[in-house]
Design a protein around this ligand. Structure first.
Ligand code: GCU
Length: 589
């Protein structure tokens, strides 16, 4: 084969992605990182766009500079000389020219590693939007799908003293992905959450969970543990403050037990957290865990046996300066805004937010709805799409199931009631329950506008029903809303997971003028009045807390933002509807 043909052979390669299936990582590879010794790899990476995915086509990651015949190769990549970008970040907010760029971006970093005895080493990402191809020292080590969930890669056999790490990040949208190519938010692109090295013993605790058994006795704590290997042994489960320290047998790498205890129950007024630790040989992990029970009892939602009303609001992970990247200050301010609005609940739409959110919600006493982006009309007929959705759900639940604040797993939003969707999402509901019997499973369903009632075959599978309705905005005949509630007979509670109207902050006019604050305020007043008449609606998360980037929203009031926020995208300017919500929630005990 000639030198030229050899060098440019990739230009004829069509299925250049197939080989990476061999290194796909999923929730089965995910390891628990809480309280582990981690070395952050955050910071400056060399970066370049790669819209033609030439890194994958031409195997740039091999960094081959000399051809087999000894001649120098005129390679087209320059990893060490490219400009730098900070990780974690969205390239859209970091690099002006990439504001709307959604294809492939290449990251490169060198890092040293000093082995500390007999150990295993993992590379762990908290999130990469959407597909990550990971290469270490010239070798493909992982491919991961899913833009908002963590993944771990064992690199024990690839890591050296000096390492060259390349990540190809594909942020493109496609109809087979989850979400598909059409969404009402901007996905951004990049390694937008933390990246780190994790060291573990040769045999280690891969996952563990503990929660209050939901038998309404509030006196049993369940414990489960998985090692990374199917070996026998013993582990120790300890909650000092409850006088619990128990050795539990491990069989084939698994241990589980139920222990008698009377913990102070976690709730929004007293978010009590216990120091819980688990030990296997030299491996000890610990987390702060709140013990509480969330249940549906007839038409009631009960927290620790007491009926509660979920006074909430939906929120996107979208910041005017940082895009999807967030931080503790932003989250604490969001929770402060919620409490100022007399709320106790947040719907983290429409995908898993950072794990920091549920940690802070545990600490501050806020209830959470967490969701995977099975959004609108995804490809319900595709097995690969199902596996992607199921994997994102599994990675979310494995990440957050020790978080008391999370009370609901949502398997999707506003999906058409078709046979394939029913089968697809029913399997997701079953998967959620198999991974976590202690929480409620829901989805945001649509109104049957023909029959004017809440009707969706998935509702039978759900513990609590989410329902989106926009009477007064997309649905002009507001009076139909009460008809819908009166036409609907249900044996389980409903959360109105979306209602609202668009308003440009400081745009004032009459209440009949669309896009004015007064119009939005009037819709909120009428919505709360009508919703209050229903005996089965036990919560609301109006759409939405803050204006957010939505590139399909292009009129003169929106200019690339969805303006249904109760607060402007500056996260400071509150609109009139904020105060309507604040007053409404103040009256609900
Ligand atoms: C839908 C959807 C949201 C969207 C909202 C809107 O209900 O769930 O993601 O942003 O309506 O139209 O503003």
């Amino acid at each position: 084969m000639s030198k030229i043909e050899n060098f440019n052979k990739d230009i004829h390669t069509l299925n250049y992605k197939e080989k990476y299936e061999n290194v796909r990582v999923t929730s089965n590879d995910l390891i628990k990182i809480e309280s582990r010794e981690v070395e952050s790899l955050n910071g400056l990476f060399h970066f370049s766009v790669d819209p033609y995915e030439t890194c994958l086509r031409a195997s740039w990651y091999q960094e081959k500079k000399i051809a087999d015949n000894g001649l120098k190769l005129p390679i087209d990549s320059d990893f060490e000389y490219w400009d730098e970008i900070n990780v974690p970040s969205c390239w859209n907010t970091e690099i002006k020219d990439l504001y709307l760029y959604e294809n492939m971006g290449l990251y490169f970093k060198q890092f040293d590693y000093l082995k500390k005895g007999k150990e295993r080493v993992f590379l762990h990402f908290e999130a990469v939007m959407y597909r990550a191809y990971v290469f270490l020292n010239g070798e493909p080590v992982a491919m991961h799908d899913g833009g908002s969930t963590p993944f771990s890669i064992e690199i024990t056999n690839y890591i050296k003293e000096n390492n060259r790490l390349i990540i190809a990040c594909d942020a493109s949208r496609s109809d087979d992905r989850v979400p598909m190519s059409n969404t009402d938010w901007f996905n951004y692109g990049g390694i937008y959450r933390d990246i780190m090295l994790v060291r573990t013993p040769k045999t280690f605790i891969k996952d563990w969970s503990s929660y209050l058994v939901n038998d309404t006795n509030f006196s049993k704590i369940a414990f489960n543990l998985s090692l990374d290997k199917e070996v026998d042994g013993f582990c120790t489960f300890e909650i000092k403050e409850l006088g619990i320290k128990k050795e539990i047998k491990i069989v084939n790498g698994k241990a589980s037990d139920i222990l008698e205890a009377k913990p102070i129950l976690w709730d929004t007024d007293n978010p009590k957290l216990y120091d819980v630790s688990v030990t296997y040989k030299s491996d000890t992990l610990f987390e702060k865990i709140g013990f509480r029970e969330i249940k549906v009892d007839g038409l009631d939602v009960k927290l620790n046996g007491k009926s509660i009303y979920l006074k909430g609001v939906s929120v996107h992970e979208d910041h005017i300066d940082l895009g999807k990247t967030t931080n503790e200050e932003i989250i604490r301010n969001t929770i402060k805004d919620l409490k100022q609005m007399n709320g106790n609940f947040l719907r983290l739409a429409h995908y898993p937010h950072t794990r920091l959110f549920s940690k802070l919600a545990d600490e501050l006493g806020v209830l959470l709805w967490e969701e995977i982006p099975v959004y609108w009309a995804i490809n319900f007929d595709s097995k690969m799409t199902y596996l992607d959705a199921e994997n994102q759900l599994s990675e979310l639940i494995l990440r957050d199931r020790n978080r008391a604040s999370v009370i609901i797993w949502s398997v999707g939003n506003e999906n058409p009631d078709t046979d394939s969707r029913l089968e697809f999402m029913s399997k997701l509901v079953d998967k959620a329950k198999s991974l976590d019997p202690s929480r409620l499973v829901s989805a945001a369903c649509l109104v049957n506008t023909t029959k004017l009632k809440l009707e969706d075959r998935l509702m039978d599978k759900l513990d609590i029903i989410g329902n989106n309705e926009y009477y007064g905005w997309y649905e002009p005949r507001f009076e139909d809303l009460l008809t819908i509630f009166e036409n609907t007979e249900l044996d389980k509670p409903v959360i109105i997971t979306e209602f609202g109207a668009g308003a440009k902050a400081n745009n004032h006019s009459t209440k009949d003028t669309m896009w004015s604050e007064e119009y939005q305020q009037d819709i909120y007043k009428k919505q709360f009045q009508t919703i209050s008449k229903s005996k089965y609606i036990k919560g609301t998360t109006p759409w939405i807390f803050y204006d957010f980037r939505a590139v399909r929203r292009l009129n003169r009031y929106q200019k690339g933002f969805n303006r249904k926020g109760l607060i402007d995208s500056d996260r400071k300017t509150k609109k009139l509807a904020f105060y309507v919500t604040q007053e409404h929630y103040s009256k609900i005990k």
